[in-house]
Design a protein around this ligand. Structure first.
Ligand code: FES
Length: 106
């Protein structure tokens, strides 16, 4: 039996106390990103094969909002709501990572 999803989009929803200097992705707007990714996948009928998942800290806090796509091992940083459609359309539909948001290159 094949796995239920062929890709996962992990979106950091970690929260730290307000006094934390490190900050967190939730404060930078990641809950809205999760909603937008889910809606964008649903709108394209892709939500049965690509799953947008809430993640804990991806240890990339200074570059938040952090988003990682697996099994592609593509890490995105400084992702905003305005970037969601581009990531979905370009990367998840057409298979081309969005280079301007990519943190680590193979
Ligand atoms: S809080 Fe999001 S990567 Fe650490």
């Amino acid at each position: 039996m094949p796995p239920p999803f062929r890709k996962h989009v992990f979106i950091c929803l970690n929260e730290r106390p307000p006094e934390s200097e490190k900050g967190d992705c939730t404060r930078k707007g990641s809950p809205e990103l999760l909603k937008k990714f889910k809606a964008a996948l649903r709108a394209r009928g892709l939500d049965e094969e690509i799953r947008a998942n809430k993640a804990g800290c991806l240890d990339n806090c200074e570059n938040g909002c952090s988003v990682v796509v697996y099994p592609d091992a593509v890490w995105y940083g400084h992702v905003t709501e305005a970037d969601v459609e581009e990531i979905v359309e370009k990367h998840l539909v057409r298979g081309e990572p969005v280079e301007r948001l990519r943190l680590y290159k193979p």
